[in-house]
Structures are given as C-alpha cells and as structure tokens.
Design a protein around this ligand. Structure first.
Ligand SMILES: Cc1cc2nc3c(=O)[nH]c(=O)nc-3n(C[C@H](O)[C@H](O)[C@H](O)COP(=O)(O)O)c2cc1C
Length: 210
C-alpha cells in the first residue's frame, strides 16, 4: 500500500503512526506549578536523543476535544523543569492512574499511591518507586502545530533504583530492569524476550556471503 499519510485526518494519522512505531518506552513525567502543585502524567511519544549533554524528547499533545494544553505542557513551559521516570512492570498500574484526566490541583502521583521525594536539582519532585528518574531542564519547546508541542530537555541528574546499576559495565542491567512498552491504545508489552545479535566486520560478512 502507498499511503498519502498527510492527506488523512489527524486522528487517522495518529492511529497509523502510534500503531507502527512500537513498542514505545513510557516517560512518566512530573512537573510543578506554583498555582496547582505537583503534576504527573505518562507520555509514550518519547525517547532519548543523545548524550553530552543527555537529551530527552517528548511529544506533548493538547487535550483532545477541548484543545486546551495539558498541565504537563503548561508547567514545563512556565518553569522549564521536569522529571522523566521510566515505567517498569511494577510501576505500570500507578502509571495508568496518572493518565486519568484529574483536575489540575490533584496530585496524580499521590492519588496513584506513589511517593514524591525532593529532586537533587530541579523543583519538581521525583517518584521514589520509579526504577529510573531523569531530572531535566527544558532546551526547547517547538510548536509543530497548535495541538502538538515537541519538547527537548537536558538531563541534569539521574537516579537509579538500588540494584539496577552495574558499576563495572556502567549500564542498567537488562536482566534486572523490566520496562514496559506501549503498543497501541490500551495494549502494552513487556521487554523480557531478549535476543542477541553482533554486527559482523565487513570482511567477515563478505567472506560469509561468498
Ligand atoms: C501509556 C500512555 C502514553 C501516553 N502518551 C502520551 C503522549 O505521548 N502524548 C500526549 O500528549 N499524551 C499522552 N498520553 C495521555 C496523557 O497521559 C493524558 O492526557 C494525561 O491526562 C495528561 O495529563 P496532564 O494534563 O496532567 O499533563 C498517554 C497516556 C498513556 C496511558
């Protein structure tokens, strides 16, 4: 099929894109507002974009129907600070509660039974139960259209749950870390079916192909 994707209504473009680019990691994002306090919500239009400095990217949509900006967007725009938490199997149910469209003055993390603790550098607090938290400062918020703000943030601090960080290899141990991924809509996947592949040297590959 040859799809003229930009000719489709936005909702259909969304369905095609979000069911194709899968699984997506989930960022559970905490922000802070002087007026309404702490806010937490999940975002799967999300990924890491590089290091030195470490950069995170998030696709913030507006509230479907009303067209109003989400609290996360409003707070990041106003304060320039946020905390990205990765969501693992243990955090999945609480993440789902945080996605509820609560009134702005209700703290989703508390409603979901999570514990907010002070961050090291930024004002928004971090979730103690999360396997990994990245304290971030906004680099840019790009308004792609009035409904979609792509946000880039620089990581200024990282927190890792005890036992996940391998100090020798300097990485998060994939045997102990079990993030979930978003498929489409209400479908999620685990990340337990690992397999290994090594990229061969060109000469080795050429010999094999002969
Ligand atoms: C797993 C999951 C992923 C989501 N990803 C996004 C996303 O990438 N962008 C977005 O705008 N909303 C996303 N949402 C919806 C928001 O989490 C939801 O609108 C939330 O209520 C926004 O809260 P806020 O107004 O407090 O920021 C997602 C929801 C779930 C459950």
């Amino acid at each position: 099929m040859d799809i003229d994707i930009q000719a489709l209504p936005p909702a259909d473009q969304y369905r095609l894109l979000s069911s194709t680019v899968v699984p997506r990691p989930i960022a559970l994002i905490s922000t802070y507002s002087e007026e309404t306090g702490h806010n937490t919500a999940p975002f799967s239009f999300f990924n890491v974009m590089g290091e030195a400095p470490p950069v995170m990217a998030i696709g913030l949509e507006d509230k479907r129907g009303s067209g109003a900006l989400k609290d996360t967007t409003i707070n990041i725009r106003a304060t320039g600070e946020f905390v990205v938490h990765l969501v693992d199997e243990a955090l999945a149910q609480a993440m789902n509660v945080c996605a509820i469209d609560f009134p702005s003055d209700i703290c989703e993390a508390t409603a979901a039974g999570l514990t907010l603790v002070p961050s090291s550098i930024v004002q928004p607090q971090r979730i103690a139960e999360a396997p990994v938290a990245f304290e971030c400062r906004k680099i840019a918020m790009i308004e792609i259209n009035p409904h979609r703000h792509i946000t880039l943030g620089e990581v200024v601090r990282m927190h890792v749950r005890e036992g996940l960080f391998d100090a020798d290899l300097k990485y998060i141990d994939p045997e102990k870390y079990h993030p979930i991924g978003r498929m489409f809509g209400r479908l999620y996947t685990t990340t337990r079916g690992h397999f290994e592949m090594v990229v061969p040297e060109y000469d080795v590959w050429r010999e094999r192909e002969r």
